[in-house]
Design a binder for this molecule. Structure first.
Ligand code: SAM
Length: 269
C-alpha cells in the first residue's frame, strides 16, 4: 500500500471524538505523571484534541512549556477551543515526518500515534532528535492483537474487529506496535529503556464500564464508514456490529481489556 493510503487511513474522522476528549493524563497517560514537574518543557506528538496535553500544561505551570503538534486542523481547533488561555501551552499543525524545530525538550511524548504510522521507527528517530540530552522519550501504544473481552463479544463485532485489523495492517500499520517498541528504541540508540504496562481495563462493576467499553462501537461508528468505503465490511455488518455490541455491554458483557505499554527511554546526556 502507498504512503498515501496510510496517510488517509490515519486521518481522524472530523466528527466530535468522545474517545479522545474523555482522556486525561491521570486516566490515559499516567506514565507521564512522574515527569511532569513545574518548569518542564514538553513536546506532545499527535496531541489530537489536546485533552491530555492540557493536563500536562497545568502540571508544568507557567514556568514550563508544552507544545502539541498534530496534522489534523479539526482536532487542533477543538484543542485550542477547549484549552482556554494557558500561556505555557501552544498547538501547532504539523506532521511528525516533516515537523522542524531547533528546540529540544525535557520530555517528548507520543501516545497512541505510532499505531497509525506506516514508518513508526522513522518517526521515533525524528522524535529522539527533539529530546534534550538526559531528557526522556515516552511512547504509549497498543497491541491490538491482545485485546480481551469477557465473555466473547458478538460475532458481528468480532467480524468488524477482524476487518478493522486487516484494514490497518494492509495500510502498513503495525497492530502489535506496543511489543515492538523496545527493539525500535534500541535500534535508534537508546540504552536506558523502561516498559510499563498501562492496560486499559473496563469492568462491569465500575460506573465507567459503558463509556469505556463502548470504544469499539465508537470506532465502528467513526472509523467504520472508511472501512465500508474501502470494501473491508458491508454497511449492514457495520451497523449490526454496533447494535449487537451495545447490547452486549448492556447485558452479558463483563469486561474488556486493551493491551497498552508505556515505553520510555532516556537520551544519553
Ligand atoms: C488516537 S489519536 C491519539 C491522540 C492523543 N495522543 C491521545 O492519546 O488521546 C492519534 C493522533 O495521531 C495523529 N496523527 C496521525 N498521523 C500523524 C502524523 N503523521 N504525525 C503526527 N500525528 C499524527 C492523529 O491526527 C490523531 O490526533
Amino acid at each position: 500500500m502507498s504512503n498515501q493510503t496510510a496517510t488517509s487511513r490515519a486521518e481522524m474522522p472530523k466528527a466530535a471524538n468522545p474517545v479522545l476528549d474523555r482522556r486525561t493524563v491521570e486516566n490515559a497517560n499516567r506514565n507521564l505523571l512522574k515527569h511532569l514537574k513545574p518548569g518542564l518543557s514538553v513536546l506532545d506528538v499527535g496531541c489530537g484534541s489536546g485533552a491530555i496535553t492540557r493536563g500536562m500544561a497545568e502540571r508544568v505551570g507557567p514556568q514550563g512549556r508544552v507544545v502539541g503538534i498534530d496534522p489534523s486542523e479539526t482536532l487542533l481547533l477543538q484543542a485550542r477551543q477547549q484549552s482556554g488561555e494557558l500561556p505555557q501551552l501552544k498547538f501547532q499543525t504539523a506532521d511528525v515526518y516533516d515537523f522542524e524545530t531547533a528546540e529540544q525538550f525535557d520530555l517528548v511524548t507520543c501516545a497512541r500515534v505510532l499505531q497509525w504510522l506506516a514508518r513508526p521507527e522513522e518517526a521515533l528517530a525524528r522524535m529522539a532528535k527533539w529530546v534534550k540530552p538526559g531528557g526522556v522519550l515516552a511512547v504509549l501504544d497498543y497491541n491490538h492483537e491482545k485485546v480481551e473481552w469477557m465473555p466473547e463479544p458478538p460475532e458481528t463485532m468480532k467480524k468488524f474487529y477482524g476487518a478493522f485489523l486487516k484494514w490497518r495492517q494492509e495500510a502498513g500499520f503495525d497492530n502489535a506496535i506496543a511489543d515492538h517498541l523496545k527493539d525500535q528504541f534500541l535500534r535508534i540508540g537508546f540504552e536506558k529503556i523502561t516498559i510499563e504496562p498501562q492496560f486499559e481495563i473496563s469492568q462491569k462493576s465500575e460506573p465507567t464500564f459503558v463509556e469505556t467499553s463502548r470504544i469499539w462501537s465508537e470506532v465502528a461508528h467513526l472509523r467504520g464508514p472508511q472501512l465500508v468505503k474501502d470494501g473491508y465490511i458491508s454497511e449492514e455488518d457495520r451497523t449490526a456490529a454496533i447494535e449487537d455490541y451495545n447490547r452486549w455491554i448492556a447485558t452479558t458483557g463483563e469486561s474488556m481489556q486493551l493491551y497498552l505499554l508505556a515505553v520510555e527511554g532516556q537520551k544519553n546526556g
